[in-house]
Design a binder for this molecule. Structure first.
Ligand SMILES: [Zn+2]
Length: 287
């Protein structure tokens, strides 16, 4: 039984689809069909929202490891993380049964549901989302225990992220907003059924399981040697097979993928540009 739910926007202050959806649900109420649930809608980083930036000092969505929450806060976002831990947590002992954190990406990931574990609840949720939103992608990030992730959504007993793109930072696209709203409502519809113990039997669904981040090639001075190859750009969740182009080097040559077939995502995500992360890889799996 999931009684207490939090829906969060503005964890990144320039991701407007989640901010707008949460704003609309705060102003007008959540859709009445979900009114039997105890749902709190809130903004995470209002300082960053006011400035229309991802964060002011450090990425808020990397502040929620047990270690960071135990240490004295050293920046604005760490202080906000401590406040949110008091409000939505404490992490590991929260009253909130589910925290849904809404993001968007500059990558062409469509509507993606990110889950941090593949237990019975999340497998059923993934299948339900896929059935009611076949265009959605399911991304499993269970390379470590859920509580070790630095994400805001790990404050709750369970945590999910909605990640929709492509949408530039700092503005709102109607198509991205609609997908975000639809995925949020499908998740709430699932929770309602789960609470009523009436989730229908659903067939296994395709999903992607995170493997690793791939960095841009750099020279010895740390200067970028390449950009994403046009064939990989906007090809999130398409198969990347051996010898397919990955990077277009500035010297005119092309770097090809070596190794097993993977499924790139977060391809050329703006927020990862400074970190030299070119894309993330995943396996295809079934849940
Ligand atoms: Zn985000």
């Amino acid at each position: 039984m999931l009684q207490k739910i939090a829906i969060v926007g503005g964890t990144h202050g320039n991701e407007m689809s989640g901010i707008q959806l949460v704003s609309n649900w705060i102003r007008h109420g959540i859709p009445s069909v979900y009114c039997d649930m105890d749902i709190d809608c809130l903004f995470a980083n209002t300082d960053a929202m006011d400035a229309n930036v991802r964060f002011l000092e450090e990425d808020l969505n990397r502040q929620f490891t047990p270690q960071k929450l135990a240490a004295a806060p050293s920046c604005l976002e760490a202080r906000i993380a401590h406040e949110l831990n008091a409000k939505l947590g404490p992490k590991g002992a929260s009253d909130y049964d589910l925290v849904i954190d809404i993001h968007n990406t500059t990558s062409s990931m469509g509507a993606t549901l990110i889950i941090l574990e593949a237990d019975e609840f999340h497998v059923q949720l993934a299948r339900y989302v896929k059935k009611h939103m076949p265009e959605a992608n399911i991304l499993v990030e269970d390379e470590k225990p859920p509580q070790e992730h630095p994400y805001l959504c790990t404050l709750g007993k369970r945590g999910l992220m909605i990640e929709v793109g492509a949408q530039p930072q700092g503005l709102l696209r109607a198509d991205v907003y609609s997908l975000t709203e639809k995925m949020a409502e499908v998740i709430l519809a699932f929770v309602q059924l789960y609470n009523q113990q009436s989730v229908p039997a659903l067939p296994p669904c395709d999903a992607f399981r995170f493997i690793e981040n791939i960095s841009y090639p750099l020279d010895q001075q740390g200067q970028r040697l390449a950009m994403i190859h046009p064939q990989l750009q906007d090809s999130d969740f398409d198969a990347l097979n051996e010898n397919m182009p990955v990077f277009q080097n500035f010297d005119g040559s092309v770097e090809q993928w070596q190794g097993d077939t993977v499924y790139p995502h977060f391809v050329n995500e703006a927020a990862y540009h400074k970190l030299h992360v070119a894309f993330a890889t995943a396996n295809k799996t079934q849940l």
